[in-house]
Write a protein that binds this ligand. Sequence first.
Ligand SMILES: [Fe+2]
Ligand SMILES: [Fe+2]
Length: 341
Amino acid sequence: MTAGTAAASTHQARFDAAMAADERIEPRDWMPDDYRASLVRQMAQHAHSEIIGMQPEANWITRAPSLRRKAILMAKVQDEAGHGLYLYSATETLGVGRDELLDKLHSGRQKYSSIFNYPTLTWADVGAIGWLVDGAAITNQVPLCRCSYGPYARAMVRICKEESFHQRQGYELLLALSQGTPAQHEMAQDAVDRWWWPSLMMFGPPDDASAHSAQSMAWKIKRHSNDELRQRFVDICVPQAEALGLTLPDPDLRWNEERGHHDFGAIDWDEFWQVLKGNGPCNEQRITQRRKAHEDGAWVREAAAAHAAKRASGRPGAPHESTASDGSGRESDEAQVEATA
Ligand SMILES: [Fe+2]
Ligand SMILES: [Fe+2]
């Protein structure tokens, strides 16, 4: 055995031991190339989904029916931008730059969740997205708080807290519509009818057709299988739909005493693969809009880079990094006064 292969096997043994002991892997730890690549793929796809997911709902900000609803929706859409930022930052700890990831998104080489390729046709869709889409996201993401890669797990803790608010605002919005006029009730039901099945698809293909699932579970990136999480989501939603006074569009949905779970109808996987391949109702619109937003934001990135360069040059009068621990910026102001005095 050469010195190189001996070192590699020691690294691998340490990594395996950390996995077995349920310890976190941190950015400076050695990790297998495949583990790193798998994390980059999943985290990038997750980050992309957060920022693409801003589009269908932002579509309704100008048409929110009240100031209160508008303020809530704006806060939610901003949260999603923040989730994208946490996740791009977490992915950077694996040695992949944000530019590279965005470039892959814009050129179709990396994917985002297929759910965001469906249109938001009415105001009730904002409620259905909050209740079902954010609800499915929480079901998927709570276990990721225990993911083996430290920066991803820590990003998920904060994201899940915010997703929980998103889910509740959607539920509350749908409840108001469901208990409103007959036309409002009908609008809520129509939105749930359209979003229910795509939400179930968010958990990914069935376990036996899921390419990355088994390895991701062995690496403790994923903690539960797609089908397991989908079942959990269905079981959570059924009583909530009842409380909302809305029906889930599945004639096969019923409680199975023996299994202790709800049985549900067959998912149209053909539709899922079609949307994933780019043939969903809004794929083209979403990417075109994303590219335009990126191009329109070029001046902001240039200004930020120029500002950072100026700060790094340490010229008198250049803004200094804050050293204030209370976040007030006071100490930094004093430092600047001293520097320019
Ligand atoms: Fe999010
Ligand atoms: Fe969300």
